[in-house]
Design a protein around this ligand. Structure first.
Ligand SMILES: [Fe+2]
Ligand SMILES: [Fe+2]
Length: 457
């Protein structure tokens, strides 16, 4: 599956080749493409930031200069985008195309299949970043340090990935801007370290933002390894995938949205869709996994739950489920920007000032995404409306004009806040079904009941 968030632009007049790509439905849904035949159209497409074109394949036949003029024109629109030249019928093409290469990332001679392009994409977008090269940093261990809060990201202590030696410099936080370094990269690491801090009621470890990026790669590797393994249990796979998502969500919320992180989010969504489909195939209901995910990081869990509901509602295509998953991962981005420590789950007992924050966060979040660009309008709208309901509630919180995606995010959000974080006992589930779930469209209600393995009341 594609390792980036966005689309591929194919500028090609070769009808046969373009048609052969369009026939590869499965691969095309993994690597969404936009096609055009003329460079004028290509220019228009590249200027539309919401299409989020990430790589361009251009046939050498599109202009008169073997793609060279077009290359420079694309560079004027986008300084960095990788551009690959496609040479059909290489035996007839001029021999010096390679010698006069103005800066194409690669030149593909005579590709017959879409997979030649997708292999090239994988090669370009697969990160080589490793987590094994982190060195011990200079701060002293076991003493109070004054460090900038925004330079450190928290990770749940009970999800911390174990290794014989710590790959990272690990900190605990003892107050605002007050940290203690507990491990240097290279120090021995075992369960007793985790236990020691857990007994002292620490719930999170902290890594610097730079090291956290490498930690994300480690989470991704573990998720990938277990996803392939026949012997790994669904619960372990689910734990890994949600852990990956949680760390990506932390990073997205903490240090802002950027392309690299959205690419990581895309990897999480790929894993989560595979897992959801696998669970559905085995007829496994959410109930079996509840204790695995009950108190995990909010947005990654909501994203996974939203994927489950979407699948149950009949949204099958990878692209559509990813739209749901992306919207879910970012649904509270406004809340975090307004107040990083705000816990949405306590909304029944909000103070007046917190109520104001709470009321603003959906539209504030939508604004952040709009400014960022590159998001599908459906994603933005879902973020904007995730606290609106189709039924019940009072006038300002009710709308009959909601997309299914917005409703799915709302349902997944409440499922996590109201049911899972409260340990999902029977009374809580019944209350949720009667008081909250009824506010959604019938097909959403049905889908949620199905994943909870419940009958309608
Ligand atoms: Fe929210
Ligand atoms: Fe939420």
């Amino acid at each position: 599956m594609t390792s980036f968030f966005g689309k591929v632009l194919v500028i090609d007049t070769n009808f046969k080749f373009v048609e052969s790509i369009k026939e590869e439905g499965k691969l095309l849904s993994d690597y969404p493409c936009v096609f055009c035949k003329t460079f004028t159209d290509a220019t228009q497409i590249l200027k539309q930031t919401k299409l989020n074109i990430r790589v361009v394949f251009i046939s050498h036949k599109v202009g008169d200069t073997n793609g060279s003029d077009e290359f420079h024109k694309i560079r004027k629109i986008n300084e960095k985008i990788p551009i690959v030249l496609v040479v059909h019928n290489p035996e007839r093409a001029s021999k010096d195309i390679e010698e006069n290469n103005p800066g194409f990332s690669n030149i593909l001679r005579g590709p017959k299949k879409f997979s030649t392009l997708t292999n090239e994409i994988d090669r370009m977008f697969t990160s080589n970043e490793t987590w094994t090269d982190v060195q011990a940093t200079q701060e002293a261990k076991d003493v109070e340090l004054s460090l900038a809060d925004e330079s450190y990201i928290s990770l749940r202590l009970d999800d911390f990935i174990m290794s014989e030696k710590s790959y990272f410099n690990v900190f605990i936080k003892i107050g605002p801007s007050k940290f203690v370094k507990i491990l240097n990269a290279g120090d021995p690491l075992n369960e007793s370290v985790i236990e020691k801090y857990s007994q002292k009621n620490f719930t999170h470890f902290y890594l610097s933002v730079e090291e956290h990026n490498k930690y994300l790669r480690l989470c991704e590797e573990i998720a990938k390894r277990d996803a392939r393994s026949q012997s790994a249990e669904s619960k372990t796979k689910l734990r890994n995938v949600i852990n990956l998502g949680s760390n990506i969500a932390q990073s997205l919320l903490h240090s802002g949205i950027n392309q690299e992180k959205l690419d990581m989010a895309n990897t999480f969504l790929n894993h989560s869709v595979t897992l959801i489909k696998g669970m559905k195939m085995k007829n496994e209901s959410l109930k079996r996994f509840i204790e695995t995910i009950e108190s995990k990081e909010h947005t990654a869990t909501v994203s996974f739950l939203a994927g489950m509901i979407a699948n149950e509602v009949g949204i099958e295509s990878l692209k559509a489920i990813k739209i749901v998953g992306t919207a879910a991962l970012l649904h509270d981005v406004g809340l975090y920007s307004l107040s990083p420590d705000f816990k949405e789950e306590d909304f029944e007992s909000l103070s007046e000032s917190n109520q104001t924050i709470f009321n603003q966060h959906p539209s504030y979040g939508a604004d952040i995404l709009r400014k960022n660009g590159g998001f599908d309008e459906v994603v933005i709208q879902a973020v904007e409306m995730h606290h609106m309901r189709r039924k019940g509630l009072n006038g300002t919180q009710r709308s009959t004009n909601m997309t299914t995606v917005a409703e799915i995010i709302g349902a997944a959000d409440e499922l996590h806040n109201i049911v899972l974080t409260k340990h999902a006992d029977e009374v809580t589930i019944q209350n949720y079904m009667k008081k909250y779930l009824k506010n959604f469209s019938q097909d959403i209600e049905r889908a949620v009941l199905k994943i909870l393995n419940k009958k309608a009341t």
